[in-house]
Design a protein. Structure first.
Length: 170
């Protein structure tokens, strides 16, 4: 007598149907997980760029600005030496780094941080008038959580987690 090994067509179809049902249940949760991860990565990248601007200004002894590309932080940013504190990179001012757009992320700055932030060689953030600068950025994605990056009057940067319903504009 021949002994058959393997699966019959019906057994294979039943297994595929069970797999399809399990994947359809898990897929929305996995999509949410990806969005949460994008938000965390974008927050870390912007915070790192702000820390880099501050540290570069303090270590090099030159004023450094970080400016939003096209006036929108979600489109990316540039980091450059900014001797005249105008937030615009002149041909004589060295470019330090750039960052590409943040995918699926909205960045909402406060009114004083719309275009750029400027750090003095002492590591302080100042406004174009020379007054101290303190502010924040709120990062939003299609998730229930959001993130806020806060710059205090000494120029130090910290990150806070929050609820998207209270932080993000709808």
């Amino acid at each position: 007598m021949l002994k058959r090994t393997g699966f019959s067509l019906i057994e294979l179809l039943v297994a595929l149907a069970i797999l399809a049902i399990a994947l359809s249940i898990a897929a929305p949760g996995f999509g949410q997980l990806i969005e949460e991860h994008r938000l965390q990565v974008a927050t870390r990248e912007l915070q790192s760029a702000l820390n880099q601007a501050r540290a570069t200004a303090a270590l090099s002894g030159q004023p450094v600005s970080i400016a939003a590309l096209e006036g929108n932080w979600a489109q990316g940013w540039t980091l450059f030496v900014d001797s005249n504190n105008n937030g615009v990179r002149e041909p004589s001012e060295p470019l330090l780094s750039t960052h590409a757009a943040l995918a699926h992320i909205t960045v909402v700055p406060d009114a004083t941080s719309l275009r750029y932030l400027h750090y003095t060689p002492g590591g302080y953030s100042i406004q174009p008038s020379g007054a101290f600068h303190s502010g924040h950025f709120v990062l939003c994605a299609n998730t229930p959580s959001a993130a806020r990056i806060v710059i205090n009057r000494a120029g130090r940067i910290r990150r806070e987690a929050g609820d998207a319903n209270s932080l993000c504009p709808r």
